[in-house]
Ligand binder design. Sequence first.
Ligand SMILES: Nc1nc2c(ncn2[C@@H]2O[C@H](COP(=O)(O)OP(=O)(O)O)[C@@H](O)[C@H]2O)c(=O)[nH]1
Ligand SMILES: [Mg+2]
Ligand SMILES: [Zn+2]
Length: 356
Amino acid sequence: MSLFDMEEDFFHNRKELKKKRKLKQKLDRSQFKKSNQKRVEGKTLSSDLVRGRVLSIQGKGTLVASGEEEFFCSLRGTLKQKRSEVKNLIAVGDFVHFSRSELVIEEVEERKSLLSRQDMVRKKMQIIAVNIDQVLITTSIKEPSLKPPLVDRYLIAASKGNMKGLIVVNKIDLLDSLATEEAALYEEFFRTFSSLGYPIFCVSSITEEGIDKLVIAMKDKTSVFAGQSGVGKTSLINFIEKKNFKTLGLTKKTKKGSHATTKAHLIPLKNGGFCIDTPGIRSFGLWKLERSDLVEHFFEMKPFSDQCRYPDCSHRSEPECGVRKAVEEKKISPLRFASYLSLMKSIEQPMEEKYE
Ligand SMILES: Nc1nc2c(ncn2[C@@H]2O[C@H](COP(=O)(O)OP(=O)(O)O)[C@@H](O)[C@H]2O)c(=O)[nH]1
Ligand SMILES: [Mg+2]
Ligand SMILES: [Zn+2]
Protein backbone atom coordinates (compact mmCIF):
# COMPACT_ATOMS: atom_id res chain seq x y z
CA MET A 1 0.00 0.00 0.00
CA SER A 2 1.09 3.49 -0.61
CA LEU A 3 2.26 5.25 2.47
CA PHE A 4 0.41 8.36 1.50
CA ASP A 5 -2.79 6.83 2.57
CA MET A 6 -1.50 6.31 6.06
CA GLU A 7 -3.34 9.20 7.57
CA GLU A 8 -6.57 8.29 5.89
CA ASP A 9 -6.27 4.89 7.42
CA PHE A 10 -6.65 6.30 10.86
CA PHE A 11 -10.09 7.47 9.99
CA HIS A 12 -11.49 5.04 7.47
CA ASN A 13 -12.20 1.42 7.14
CA ARG A 14 -9.05 -0.21 5.80
CA LYS A 15 -10.70 -2.82 3.64
CA GLU A 16 -12.90 -0.34 1.92
CA LEU A 17 -9.96 1.93 1.24
CA LYS A 18 -8.00 -0.96 -0.22
CA LYS A 19 -10.85 -1.83 -2.54
CA LYS A 20 -11.21 1.74 -3.64
CA ARG A 21 -7.50 2.02 -4.28
CA LYS A 22 -7.37 -1.15 -6.34
CA LEU A 23 -10.23 0.06 -8.45
CA LYS A 24 -8.58 3.40 -8.92
CA GLN A 25 -5.34 1.76 -9.95
CA LYS A 26 -7.15 -0.31 -12.52
CA LEU A 27 -8.85 2.71 -13.99
CA ASP A 28 -5.73 4.77 -13.93
CA ARG A 29 -2.68 2.86 -14.99
CA SER A 30 -0.41 5.84 -14.73
CA GLN A 31 0.20 5.92 -11.02
CA PHE A 32 0.53 9.64 -10.77
CA LYS A 33 -2.46 11.18 -12.34
CA LYS A 34 -1.73 14.75 -13.14
CA SER A 35 -4.30 17.15 -11.91
CA ASN A 36 -3.87 20.80 -12.59
CA GLN A 37 -3.81 21.87 -9.02
CA LYS A 38 -3.36 20.38 -5.60
CA ARG A 39 -4.12 21.81 -2.24
CA VAL A 40 -1.66 21.31 0.57
CA GLU A 41 -2.29 22.76 4.00
CA GLY A 42 -4.53 25.37 2.47
CA LYS A 43 -2.03 26.43 -0.17
CA THR A 44 -2.54 25.78 -3.83
CA LEU A 45 0.31 24.08 -5.61
CA SER A 46 0.53 23.75 -9.31
CA SER A 47 1.07 21.10 -11.95
CA ASP A 48 2.89 17.84 -11.65
CA LEU A 49 3.57 17.76 -7.94
CA VAL A 50 3.79 14.36 -6.31
CA ARG A 51 3.73 13.59 -2.61
CA GLY A 52 6.71 11.70 -1.26
CA ARG A 53 8.68 10.83 1.85
CA VAL A 54 12.27 11.80 2.49
CA LEU A 55 14.35 8.64 2.97
CA SER A 56 17.76 10.18 3.36
CA ILE A 57 19.64 13.39 2.94
CA GLN A 58 22.89 13.20 1.11
CA GLY A 59 25.49 15.70 0.15
CA LYS A 60 24.14 16.34 -3.29
CA GLY A 61 20.43 15.97 -2.76
CA THR A 62 17.50 14.32 -1.08
CA LEU A 63 16.26 10.81 -1.73
CA VAL A 64 12.46 10.76 -1.82
CA ALA A 65 10.19 7.71 -2.01
CA SER A 66 6.86 7.96 -3.74
CA GLY A 67 4.77 4.86 -4.18
CA GLU A 68 7.09 2.17 -5.46
CA GLU A 69 9.64 4.58 -6.84
CA GLU A 70 12.47 6.66 -5.48
CA PHE A 71 13.66 10.02 -6.73
CA PHE A 72 16.78 12.02 -6.15
CA CYS A 73 15.62 15.60 -5.69
CA SER A 74 16.98 19.03 -4.98
CA LEU A 75 15.31 21.84 -3.07
CA ARG A 76 13.60 24.80 -4.71
CA GLY A 77 15.46 27.98 -3.87
CA THR A 78 12.34 29.84 -2.81
CA LEU A 79 11.54 27.03 -0.41
CA LYS A 80 14.71 27.86 1.45
CA GLN A 81 13.55 31.42 2.01
CA LYS A 82 10.02 30.42 2.91
CA ARG A 83 11.17 28.01 5.55
CA SER A 84 13.95 30.12 6.94
CA GLU A 85 12.37 30.01 10.40
CA VAL A 86 12.58 26.22 10.53
CA LYS A 87 15.74 24.75 12.08
CA ASN A 88 16.32 22.04 9.52
CA LEU A 89 14.89 22.92 6.18
CA ILE A 90 14.40 19.31 5.35
CA ALA A 91 14.74 16.20 7.48
CA VAL A 92 14.59 12.44 7.14
CA GLY A 93 10.91 11.47 7.38
CA ASP A 94 9.51 14.72 5.98
CA PHE A 95 6.47 14.46 3.74
CA VAL A 96 7.21 16.57 0.68
CA HIS A 97 5.67 17.58 -2.61
CA PHE A 98 8.04 17.55 -5.53
CA SER A 99 7.91 18.17 -9.22
CA ARG A 100 8.20 14.84 -10.96
CA SER A 101 9.52 16.35 -14.16
CA GLU A 102 12.08 18.65 -12.57
CA LEU A 103 12.87 16.56 -9.47
CA VAL A 104 12.62 19.61 -7.27
CA ILE A 105 11.00 19.71 -3.84
CA GLU A 106 8.51 22.55 -3.68
CA GLU A 107 6.78 22.05 -0.37
CA VAL A 108 7.40 20.40 2.99
CA GLU A 109 4.45 19.41 5.18
CA GLU A 110 4.15 20.31 8.81
CA ARG A 111 5.92 17.83 11.10
CA LYS A 112 3.97 15.71 13.55
CA SER A 113 6.81 14.45 15.69
CA LEU A 114 10.46 15.10 16.01
CA LEU A 115 13.45 13.09 17.10
CA SER A 116 16.38 15.31 17.89
CA ARG A 117 19.80 15.30 19.36
CA GLN A 118 21.54 18.01 21.28
CA ASP A 119 24.79 18.90 19.62
CA MET A 120 26.97 19.25 22.70
CA VAL A 121 29.77 21.07 20.93
CA ARG A 122 27.75 23.63 19.04
CA LYS A 123 24.89 23.61 21.56
CA LYS A 124 22.39 23.34 18.77
CA MET A 125 19.47 21.05 18.27
CA GLN A 126 20.00 18.55 15.49
CA ILE A 127 17.02 16.83 13.95
CA ILE A 128 17.54 13.11 13.38
CA ALA A 129 14.18 12.26 11.93
CA VAL A 130 10.61 13.54 11.87
CA ASN A 131 7.10 12.12 11.65
CA ILE A 132 7.95 8.96 13.58
CA ASP A 133 4.95 6.98 14.80
CA GLN A 134 6.53 4.61 17.25
CA VAL A 135 9.68 3.82 19.16
CA LEU A 136 10.61 0.15 19.38
CA ILE A 137 12.22 0.15 22.79
CA THR A 138 14.63 -2.72 22.42
CA THR A 139 16.02 -4.71 25.33
CA SER A 140 17.50 -8.16 25.80
CA ILE A 141 17.08 -10.74 28.55
CA LYS A 142 20.82 -11.31 28.71
CA GLU A 143 24.06 -9.74 27.47
CA PRO A 144 23.16 -7.01 28.33
CA SER A 145 20.69 -7.83 31.07
CA LEU A 146 17.18 -6.43 31.27
CA LYS A 147 17.03 -2.90 32.69
CA PRO A 148 13.46 -1.93 33.53
CA PRO A 149 14.32 1.67 34.54
CA LEU A 150 15.81 2.23 31.11
CA VAL A 151 12.62 0.94 29.49
CA ASP A 152 10.60 3.34 31.62
CA ARG A 153 12.88 6.13 30.60
CA TYR A 154 12.39 5.38 26.92
CA LEU A 155 8.65 5.09 27.39
CA ILE A 156 8.66 8.59 28.87
CA ALA A 157 10.82 9.95 26.07
CA ALA A 158 8.58 8.40 23.41
CA SER A 159 5.46 9.82 24.95
CA LYS A 160 7.04 13.26 25.30
CA GLY A 161 7.99 13.13 21.64
CA ASN A 162 4.45 12.28 20.61
CA MET A 163 5.39 8.72 19.66
CA LYS A 164 3.97 5.39 20.74
CA GLY A 165 6.29 3.19 22.82
CA LEU A 166 6.46 -0.53 22.06
CA ILE A 167 8.69 -2.88 24.04
CA VAL A 168 10.83 -5.43 22.24
CA VAL A 169 12.57 -8.08 24.34
CA ASN A 170 15.26 -9.69 22.23
CA LYS A 171 17.48 -12.77 22.68
CA ILE A 172 14.58 -14.83 23.93
CA ASP A 173 16.52 -17.86 22.68
CA LEU A 174 18.73 -17.47 25.77
CA LEU A 175 15.81 -18.01 28.14
CA ASP A 176 16.92 -21.48 29.18
CA SER A 177 20.40 -20.29 30.05
CA LEU A 178 19.22 -17.59 32.46
CA ALA A 179 20.15 -17.64 36.13
CA THR A 180 17.18 -17.98 38.49
CA GLU A 181 17.12 -14.27 39.39
CA GLU A 182 17.43 -13.24 35.75
CA ALA A 183 14.53 -15.48 34.80
CA ALA A 184 12.44 -14.13 37.67
CA LEU A 185 13.20 -10.56 36.61
CA TYR A 186 12.15 -11.29 33.05
CA GLU A 187 8.89 -12.86 34.19
CA GLU A 188 8.11 -10.01 36.53
CA PHE A 189 8.98 -7.52 33.80
CA PHE A 190 6.71 -9.18 31.28
CA ARG A 191 3.83 -9.50 33.73
CA THR A 192 4.12 -5.93 34.99
CA PHE A 193 4.45 -4.09 31.71
CA SER A 194 1.83 -6.09 29.86
CA SER A 195 -0.66 -5.64 32.68
CA LEU A 196 -0.04 -1.88 32.47
CA GLY A 197 -1.07 -2.07 28.84
CA TYR A 198 2.27 -1.75 27.03
CA PRO A 199 2.67 -3.90 23.94
CA ILE A 200 5.58 -6.32 24.40
CA PHE A 201 7.20 -8.40 21.68
CA CYS A 202 9.46 -11.21 22.81
CA VAL A 203 11.72 -12.05 19.92
CA SER A 204 14.95 -13.64 18.82
CA SER A 205 16.81 -12.54 15.75
CA ILE A 206 18.57 -15.91 15.85
CA THR A 207 15.64 -18.34 16.08
CA GLU A 208 13.31 -15.78 14.43
CA GLU A 209 10.79 -16.41 17.17
CA GLY A 210 8.17 -13.67 17.53
CA ILE A 211 9.49 -11.59 14.63
CA ASP A 212 6.36 -12.03 12.54
CA LYS A 213 4.24 -10.29 15.16
CA LEU A 214 6.74 -7.46 15.34
CA VAL A 215 6.66 -7.08 11.56
CA ILE A 216 2.87 -6.81 11.73
CA ALA A 217 3.12 -4.10 14.37
CA MET A 218 5.51 -2.19 12.10
CA LYS A 219 3.23 -2.37 9.06
CA ASP A 220 2.24 1.03 7.70
CA LYS A 221 4.03 2.78 10.56
CA THR A 222 7.31 4.62 10.81
CA SER A 223 9.26 2.94 13.58
CA VAL A 224 12.57 3.77 15.16
CA PHE A 225 14.63 1.20 17.05
CA ALA A 226 16.11 2.52 20.27
CA GLY A 227 17.87 0.85 23.15
CA GLN A 228 21.12 0.11 24.89
CA SER A 229 23.97 -0.93 22.68
CA GLY A 230 24.37 -4.70 22.28
CA VAL A 231 20.70 -5.63 22.70
CA GLY A 232 20.43 -6.58 19.02
CA LYS A 233 18.84 -3.62 17.23
CA THR A 234 21.03 -3.90 14.17
CA SER A 235 20.51 -7.67 14.03
CA LEU A 236 16.74 -7.19 14.14
CA ILE A 237 16.78 -4.48 11.51
CA ASN A 238 18.96 -6.56 9.23
CA PHE A 239 16.65 -9.48 9.63
CA ILE A 240 13.47 -7.49 9.09
CA GLU A 241 15.03 -5.62 6.20
CA LYS A 242 15.99 -8.85 4.50
CA LYS A 243 12.51 -10.12 5.02
CA ASN A 244 10.71 -6.97 4.10
CA PHE A 245 12.89 -4.78 2.05
CA LYS A 246 11.96 -4.30 -1.53
CA THR A 247 15.00 -3.48 -3.53
CA LEU A 248 14.32 -0.56 -5.79
CA GLY A 249 16.43 0.49 -8.72
CA LEU A 250 17.77 3.64 -7.25
CA THR A 251 18.16 2.40 -3.74
CA LYS A 252 20.79 -0.10 -4.71
CA LYS A 253 23.01 2.66 -5.91
CA THR A 254 22.50 4.97 -2.97
CA LYS A 255 22.46 2.30 -0.29
CA LYS A 256 26.21 2.04 -0.17
CA GLY A 257 26.52 5.66 0.76
CA SER A 258 23.75 5.78 3.29
CA HIS A 259 24.88 2.62 5.03
CA ALA A 260 28.42 3.85 5.29
CA THR A 261 27.34 6.91 7.23
CA THR A 262 25.92 6.93 10.71
CA LYS A 263 23.17 9.33 9.70
CA ALA A 264 19.62 8.12 10.10
CA HIS A 265 17.77 7.03 7.00
CA LEU A 266 14.35 5.52 6.47
CA ILE A 267 14.17 1.94 5.28
CA PRO A 268 10.98 1.32 3.29
CA LEU A 269 9.22 -1.88 4.33
CA LYS A 270 7.68 -4.06 1.66
CA ASN A 271 4.37 -4.37 3.47
CA GLY A 272 4.11 -0.64 3.93
CA GLY A 273 5.77 1.55 6.48
CA PHE A 274 9.34 2.47 7.29
CA CYS A 275 11.90 1.82 9.93
CA ILE A 276 14.94 3.74 11.03
CA ASP A 277 18.24 2.33 11.95
CA THR A 278 19.23 3.16 15.47
CA PRO A 279 20.08 6.73 16.30
CA GLY A 280 21.71 5.74 19.61
CA ILE A 281 20.58 6.06 23.13
CA ARG A 282 20.81 9.79 23.68
CA SER A 283 19.22 10.78 20.48
CA PHE A 284 16.11 11.92 22.20
CA GLY A 285 16.18 15.62 22.89
CA LEU A 286 13.51 14.39 25.26
CA TRP A 287 16.01 12.65 27.46
CA LYS A 288 15.84 15.21 30.22
CA LEU A 289 13.41 14.21 32.93
CA GLU A 290 11.19 16.32 35.12
CA ARG A 291 9.24 15.26 38.13
CA SER A 292 5.97 15.88 36.34
CA ASP A 293 7.05 13.33 33.70
CA LEU A 294 7.37 10.71 36.41
CA VAL A 295 3.99 11.49 37.92
CA GLU A 296 2.40 11.13 34.51
CA HIS A 297 4.29 8.01 33.55
CA PHE A 298 3.85 6.02 36.75
CA PHE A 299 0.10 6.41 36.46
CA GLU A 300 -0.67 3.31 38.53
CA MET A 301 0.71 5.12 41.59
CA LYS A 302 -1.76 7.96 41.37
CA PRO A 303 -4.65 6.43 43.38
CA PHE A 304 -2.19 5.59 46.16
CA SER A 305 -0.30 8.87 46.13
CA ASP A 306 -3.63 10.53 46.87
CA GLN A 307 -3.39 8.77 50.22
CA CYS A 308 0.06 10.12 51.10
CA ARG A 309 0.19 12.37 54.13
CA TYR A 310 2.04 15.10 52.21
CA PRO A 311 0.58 16.26 48.92
CA ASP A 312 4.10 16.73 47.49
CA CYS A 313 5.31 13.36 48.82
CA SER A 314 8.21 11.95 46.81
CA HIS A 315 7.43 8.46 48.14
CA ARG A 316 10.98 7.90 49.31
CA SER A 317 11.27 8.54 53.01
CA GLU A 318 8.27 10.62 54.01
CA PRO A 319 6.08 9.11 56.73
CA GLU A 320 2.61 7.77 55.94
CA CYS A 321 3.28 7.29 52.26
CA GLY A 322 0.42 5.66 50.37
CA VAL A 323 2.64 4.56 47.50
CA ARG A 324 5.21 2.76 49.67
CA LYS A 325 2.37 1.10 51.52
CA ALA A 326 0.90 -0.08 48.21
CA VAL A 327 4.28 -1.46 47.18
CA GLU A 328 4.51 -3.38 50.45
CA GLU A 329 1.03 -4.76 49.88
CA LYS A 330 2.07 -5.71 46.33
CA LYS A 331 -0.56 -3.44 44.81
CA ILE A 332 2.20 -1.66 42.93
CA SER A 333 4.95 -3.67 41.25
CA PRO A 334 8.24 -3.43 43.16
CA LEU A 335 9.92 -3.38 39.78
CA ARG A 336 8.13 -0.22 38.72
CA PHE A 337 8.71 1.35 42.11
CA ALA A 338 12.43 0.62 41.75
CA SER A 339 12.31 2.26 38.30
CA TYR A 340 10.58 5.25 39.81
CA LEU A 341 13.24 5.62 42.53
CA SER A 342 16.05 5.26 40.05
CA LEU A 343 14.59 7.88 37.70
CA MET A 344 13.88 10.18 40.63
CA LYS A 345 17.52 9.96 41.55
CA SER A 346 18.64 10.79 38.04
CA ILE A 347 16.56 13.95 38.15
CA GLU A 348 18.47 15.08 41.21
CA GLN A 349 21.86 13.82 40.12
CA PRO A 350 21.86 14.06 36.35
CA MET A 351 25.59 13.33 36.20
CA GLU A 352 25.14 9.79 37.42
CA GLU A 353 23.91 8.38 34.16
CA LYS A 354 24.95 4.78 33.92
CA TYR A 355 23.96 3.77 30.44
CA GLU A 356 26.08 4.09 27.33
N1 LIG B 1 21.59 -14.98 21.51
C1 LIG B 1 21.23 -13.95 20.75
N2 LIG B 1 22.14 -13.04 20.38
C2 LIG B 1 21.75 -12.00 19.59
C3 LIG B 1 20.41 -11.86 19.17
N3 LIG B 1 20.32 -10.74 18.42
C4 LIG B 1 21.55 -10.21 18.40
N4 LIG B 1 22.43 -10.96 19.10
C5 LIG B 1 23.87 -10.70 19.29
O1 LIG B 1 24.02 -9.57 20.12
C6 LIG B 1 25.16 -8.80 19.76
C7 LIG B 1 24.83 -7.35 19.54
O2 LIG B 1 23.93 -7.25 18.44
P1 LIG B 1 23.72 -5.90 17.62
O3 LIG B 1 22.66 -6.17 16.63
O4 LIG B 1 25.01 -5.38 17.13
O5 LIG B 1 23.18 -4.94 18.79
P2 LIG B 1 22.92 -3.35 18.75
O6 LIG B 1 24.09 -2.71 19.40
O7 LIG B 1 21.69 -3.14 19.58
O8 LIG B 1 22.73 -2.95 17.34
C8 LIG B 1 25.72 -9.47 18.49
O9 LIG B 1 26.80 -10.28 18.87
C9 LIG B 1 24.56 -10.33 18.00
O10 LIG B 1 25.00 -11.47 17.32
C10 LIG B 1 19.46 -12.86 19.58
O11 LIG B 1 18.27 -12.82 19.25
N5 LIG B 1 19.92 -13.85 20.37
MG1 LIG C 1 23.80 -1.48 16.28
ZN1 LIG D 1 4.11 9.08 49.06
